[in-house]
Design a protein around this ligand. Sequence first.
Ligand code: UDX
Ligand code: ADP
Length: 480
Amino acid sequence: MVEKNLSFPIKKICCIGAGYVGGPTMSVIADQCPDLEVKVVDINPKRISEWNSKNLKLLPVFEPGLDQIIKRVRDKNLFFTTEVDDAIKNADMIFISVNTPIKSSGLGAGEASDLKWVEASARRIASHAQGHTIVVEKSTLPVRTAEVIQKILCSSNKNKDKFGNKTFSVLSNPEFLAEGTAINDLEKPDRVLIGGDNPDSIQKLKEIYLNWVPSDKILTSNLWSSELSKLTSNAFLAQRVSSINSVSAICEATGGNVKEVAEAIGLDHRVGKLFLSPGPGFGGSCFKKDILNLVYLCKQFNLIEVANYWQQVIILNDWQKKRIYTNIVKSLFGNLSDKKITILGFAFKSNTNDTRDSPAIQLSIDLLNEDANLIFNDPKVTKEQIIEVLKNEKSNFKKDDKNLNKKLFFEQDIYKSIIDSDAIILITDWEEYTNLNWQKISNLMRKPSWVFDTRAILDSKKVRKAGINLWQVGEGNFKR
Ligand code: UDX
Ligand code: ADP
């Protein structure tokens, strides 16, 4: 075993994967650590050229505040490139930030994460790294992935450096940023978690964060605790959303108002007021995937009751989407054939252009299967993105998907998107949707007109005063 010399300072870091996690995270690190050279690499040349775009509106990730950071540090100490091997070779520390979607086939299909991209990254690091390299897991990963990475790295014996040394240590440093608030979450994190068993490597990563994060917010743990903390943090958050969504259904049945109930619950400091907003079901790339991973892990250890407990969070989430859809169809006389429905918002939440697992996807499929015409409006999600997402769902269409294009419309102007609509469904909590002129909208819609507010963010009095029927999630005094 080669004696490791870990006394070198970290000067160059590389991040494999220029996505929603890698891009913003590395931008903030480069901004806070001007002496570090940060290279973000990706195998997708289109994505890299978008990150290098002169027009900051064309960055591939929309995140408030990100464009200003990119303007400050890009091509100074932050670089986006497809030269993966070269960046790996020169890096002292490499973050793995690639996609880890749920496996669609094979063992663990529908539950376990597909580690194809992580494994490919580890193999590439194994081949091209030189000297001692600290490898940091950033992506959300199943517990014990660090072990897989370690095994791949240790099995490499090619391309040794001039002293014949090639050593690695693996750390877990899960990302807790939420899209839409990523820059703030990165600049002022609640905590930074570093898991590992090599104190020197942990210290090296800690020193990077100490450039802007107070030391009492930097926690260290063993690798498995760190990996598990990420999964369970997201599971707890998702559980809160499913809990409040379950309460929204009870409120609708009993006459309660979910916002009033949420306020009353949240004032108990043991519960807290955040993450109690009812909605159309949680989306995004993490919640469902992480719970599925947790369920899979529990089943592997024969913890069936625990697996069932967490599975229920997803069951409730799917049910919330279905019950909203059912409500819409029933309100529109059970017939949507050729009716015009305006969908306000396609992103899974506001302040992001990310549509992964957005509740808008399932709802759109259900409505298209009812033969409705859909007009989409979203401030940041493009028409091309929506078409691509829906085309990828082809297998879920019961209707002939050849006609799909004739059923989908896009309109950037909110008011134009509403002309002759029978119903508006508000899916994403964009600020833009909260201050609309409901009288003007009422005049533009076909009668009887409906608004389905799946986030309970509209001013119900104004909507109803304009002569529009309104359904709001969790509002008990709804009369059909
Ligand atoms: C989440 C975690 O918050 C973050 O820490 C982790 O690193 C990645 O996963 P993200 O998926 O970006 O972040 O967004 P988040 O704000 O957590 O929202 C997830 C989903 O829950 C969204 O669809 C959102 O609309 C929904 N949600 C959230 C609610 O419906 N109600 C709430 O009160 C909060
Ligand atoms: P996340 O939300 O976790 O950041 P994204 O899908 O937005 O996920 O980004 C992951 C990025 O990782 C993609 O741009 C993808 O092209 C990139 N990627 C996947 N595998 C590799 C690899 N082996 N080398 C370099 N980049 C990769």
